[in-house]
Design a protein around this ligand. Structure first.
Ligand code: AIR
Ligand code: ASP
Length: 294
């Protein structure tokens, strides 16, 4: 873990996640979110480090979050611009965020179905290559040890029941358990609001400049509650959270340049790390062109 200083005071760590470390900022309710260059797969089962990837992820995510904010999406970004030069020990791999309580749910939006999409395993009427007229929005319960199960809300007489199902089994055959009252991530109404926000974000991300470079296939979002209890977009938007199939000027077949490259790799080699780093740099620059002035 990196030591970070603000006016000679070492920042204390609030939380360490798989990818980010959150540091407390003295005399502030904001936090510093630092990307530590790790990349994981299999719900944290395998982790490698790619030095420099954090800078590209931070760039693509912060440009996207600023763009979404400017279009009316509430995010974890603080209301006033933050000066990162007051911190020592970071180098383009950190953002200041306002403190939020995460909602333990992953929200996936699908614009297309491709080979490897988990929804094919649950719904065999979906086929790879399919472009969706009506986008699919799905919810998953955030639990590494249960492998982020699929969250299904069933309306029963005395209110909604939140069921967990194995995300990789045909629906109806992979029931795991029902969430207890205190585990329920948010209300039915909040889920509807989150779905609406996810669709709005999808429309904003499907931007003509980005489309020049390739196609956004699907992406994952996370939400949290700010100190006023309002639901805001949190976490990040990077190639770790989406599939993006890029076009090549050379006419080569289209290729998914997202974290899928790491997920599918059988062996980690220096060449693989270089390829992944190159993909992330390329995407950060494309995102910057698409969103920085939009
Ligand atoms: N995702 C889901 N959990 C974690 C992440 N990052 C993202 C994947 C993919 C989308 O959600 O990166 O872009 C759908 O994944 P899947 O495996 O459900 O088809
Ligand atoms: N479940 C996430 C992913 O596949 C993170 C991880 O695997 O650790 O991207």
């Amino acid at each position: 873990m990196i030591s970070i200083f603000h006016k000679r005071t070492q920042l204390s760590v609030l939380k360490t996640g798989k990818k980010y470390t959150l540091y407390e900022i003295p005399c502030s309710t904001n936090l510093l979110m630092v990307d530590g260059d790790g990349i994981t797969k299999g719900d944290g089962a395998e982790e490698i480090e790619i030095p420099g990837i954090g800078i590209w992820r931070t760039l693509m995510s912060s440009v996207t979050f600023h763009y979404l904010e400017s279009k009316g999406v509430r995010t974890h970004l603080p209301k006033t611009a933050q000066d990162l030069s007051i911190f020592e020990g970071i180098n383009g791999n950190a953002v200041v965020i306002s403190e939020c309580t995460p909602i333990l749910m992953e929200v996936v939006v699908r614009l297309q179905i491709v080979e490897g999409s988990s929804c094919i395993k649950r719904n065999q009427t979906l086929v790879p290559g399919q472009r969706l007229q009506e986008l699919i929005v799905e919810f998953y319960y955030k639990s590494d040890k249960e492998k982020d199960p699929f969250l299904v809300v069933v309306d029963i007489e005395n209110g909604p029941r939140f069921e967990l199902h194995d995300a990789k089994k045909k629906l109806g055959t992979g029931f795991i358990r029902v969430l207890s009252l205190k585990e329920i991530p948010c209300s039915r109404e909040e889920m509807d609001y989150i779905r609406e926000q996810a669709l709005k974000i999808s429309e904003l991300l499907n931007n003509p400049i980005l489309k020049k470079y390739g196609e956004l296939v699907d992406f994952k979002l996370e939400f949290g509650r700010d100190i006023c209890g309002k639901i805001v977009l949190i976490d990040a938007f990077t190639l770790d959270e989406c599939r993006f199939v890029c076009y090549f000027a050379t006419g080569e077949p289209m290729q998914d340049i997202s974290k899928e490259v790491f997920r599918k790799a059988k062996k980690v080699t220096p060449e693989l790390k270089k390829e992944i780093l190159g993909n992330y740099k390329w995407f950060a620059e494309a995102v910057q062109e698409a969103f920085a002035t939009a």
